[in-house]
Each structure stands twice: as structure tokens, then as C-alpha cells.
Design a protein around this ligand. Structure first.
Ligand SMILES: C[S@@+](CC[C@H](N)C(=O)[O-])C[C@H]1O[C@@H](n2cnc3c(N)ncnc32)[C@H](O)[C@@H]1O
Length: 279
């Protein structure tokens, strides 16, 4: 086992703590006999981290909440796999990566470069767990800062992945980010989830307005960046039939039947192609 890392300084309810919670939930889910996501790298990471996990466990209700995280991440993983099977050479931009192990699990051994991007304090934490290689890079920057984009290679296909990120930006920031990225690459896909308009409303009450933007159906994104062609979309809770615990499976089924809950967080997939014949 690699060396232990000390995360005891991570403040309760900070951004870093939220990422540690998500990592913990993925690790917890990986221990099920029939996991949906099965993120064993997350489990290895948690084993290495020195933190008050018993306290976190009590706060998180992981037996129920592990599936919210696993269902969303498993859908992202499946879409990423499909794209990378077709374009193993693509550059991957994993935006708002947090402590997600995806780049370590999914990057193709001889494939294109994988960039994990998040705020500097989150990347600093991440660097304690994992190291860069020639193909695996970590960028500590706000995604809204144009400078990190200017350092990226130009052209080629790109896969842009933004799980649980874009709701923290304003629509103008989302549009500016997408313009910048789509100007830089020839073709690619964007996979991102958006919250419903309830996201920012609830955030004003519960999370000090951290969530800035929500959308009914993502139409604003297409209007802002018409080069994006929608392919498909699905609620993050799709696939709940696979939940291996009967009580939780029933709970998720009931929640899925309520439109406001089902539509609270939805994953969207788009393609774009800047080559002259397709414009
Ligand atoms: C809810 S977490 C999701 C993390 C990860 N995608 C996952 O699923 O575990 C949101 C992440 O977005 C990051 N984030 C928020 N605003 C950002 C910004 N402007 N630039 C880069 N990252 C940002 C946060 O630091 C955090 O890591």
C-alpha cells in the first residue's frame, strides 16, 4: 500500500470536505457484493487517508446516499467509455474533478492525455494522493480562468467531462468556457450534468447560494454555443433498478416517480465538429 496521507486539516463543510464525502461514498459503494459503479480506486484512496471517517459516516447516511453518487458517476463512465473506445487518442478534460479517481481508472494506457482540472486547493489535496505522469496531468485553476485553456494542445478530438460542476458557474461563465474550449479543438463531445431551476433556489436557503445556475432542459446552453449538437440526456437516477439493496431500490423508485425529484439533476451529452464540411 502507498504511503498514508494526512487530511485531518480538511474543514467540515468546505469544498475539500464535500469532495472527501463523494470519495467516501464511492468507496463505500465499491464494497457492495454487486456495486453499480465499483470504484475500487476510491476505496484504496480512503484506506490511505487519515481523517475522522466514522464522524463523516454518521453524517452521510452512506447506505442510501451512495447510490445517488454511484448512479450518476456510472452513467458518466459508460458514456466516456463509448467515446474513448471510438477515439482513444482524444484529449480528456475532466473539469471539476474533485477527488474522483476516474482519470486513474479510465484513461486508455496508450491513449491521449487526461487533464484533471479543479480549484487550486482541491488539486493540492489531490496531489497528495496521486502523481502526474506524461499522460495524466492535474491543473489547479478555476475553469473560468482562460489561462489554463491557453496551455492546452490545439486541434484533435476532445472529450469534455463536467460532473457536478457547471451549476457552480453562472450561465455566462458556462458559455465563455464552452466557447474557449470549442474554439481550441476540431471535434469532440461534452458530457455534463445540469441542475433544474430548483438548484439555485434551494441553494439560497441551504448552501449560501453556492449553486448559481439551473436550467429546465439545457436549451440556454445550445443558444449560447450553437456548435453543440445534443445527442441524449437522462436523469442521474436512471438505472435505479440496478440498486442491489431492496429498501434503497424502492426508495429511489419512489423518488424517480416524482418529476421534480427525478429532474433535479440530469446528464446531457453533446457532440461538436468544427471541420468545414460539417459546419
Ligand atoms: C460537487 S463537486 C464534484 C466533484 C467531482 N466531479 C465528483 O463528482 O466527485 C464540485 C467540484 O467542482 C469544483 N469547482 C467549483 N467551481 C469551480 C471552478 N470555478 N473551477 C474549477 N472547479 C470548480 C469544486 O472545487 C468541486 O471539486
Amino acid at each position: 500500500m502507498a504511503n498514508k496521507v494526512d487530511f485531518t486539516g480538511v474543514q467540515w463543510k468546505s469544498v475539500e470536505w464535500t469532495n472527501l464525502c463523494l470519495l467516501y461514498l464511492r468507496a463505500h459503494e465499491s464494497k457492495l457484493a454487486r456495486p453499480i459503479l465499483g470504484d475500487h480506486v476510491a476505496a484504496q484512496d480512503i484506506e490511505r487517508i487519515d481523517y475522522d471517517f466514522p464522524r463523516m459516516h454518521r453524517a452521510l447516511h452512506p447506505d442510501t446516499n451512495q447510490f445517488m453518487v454511484a448512479l450518476r458517476s456510472a452513467q458518466f463512465d459508460a458514456m466516456i467509455d463509448v467515446y474513448l473506445d471510438r477515439h482513444p487518442e482524444a484529449l480528456v478534460l475532466h473539469l471539476g474533478c474533485g477527488l474522483h479517481s476516474r482519470g486513474l481508472r479510465m484513461a486508455r494506457p496508450d491513449g491521449g492525455p487526461w487533464y484533471d482540472v479543479d480549484l487550486p486547493n482541491v488539486i493540492a489535496l489531490r496531489r497528495q494522493l496521486h502523481s502526474e505522469t506524461e499522460r495524466y496531468r492535474m491543473v489547479g485553476s478555476s475553469v473560468t480562468d482562460p489561462r489554463w485553456v491557453e496551455e492546452l494542445p490545439v486541434g484533435g478530438p476532445v472529450l469534455i467531462v463536467a460532473e457536478g460542476l457547471l451549476m457552480y458557474l453562472t450561465l455566462d461563465e458556462v458559455a465563455a468556457l464552452l466557447h474557449r474550449l470549442l474554439d481550441r479543438f476540431d471535434s469532440g463531445e461534452l458530457i455534463a450534468d445540469y441542475l433544474s431551476p430548483w438548484g439555485p433556489r434551494m441553494s439560497k436557503i441551504f448552501t449560501a447560494g453556492l449553486i448559481k445556475w439551473g436550467t429546465r432542459d439545457g436549451a440556454e446552453v445550445i443558444r449560447a454555443e450553437p456548435r453543440l449538437k445534443p445527442v441524449d440526456s437522462s436523469p442521474i437516477m436512471a438505472g435505479h433498478e440496478r440498486i442491489p439493496l431492496s429498501r434503497q431500490r424502492l426508495l429511489y423508485r419512489l423518488q424517480y416517480a416524482l418529476p421534480a425529484v427525478r429532474e433535479y439533476d440530469r446528464i446531457y451529452r453533446y457532440t461538436f465538429d468544427n471541420s468545414p464540411t460539417t459546419r
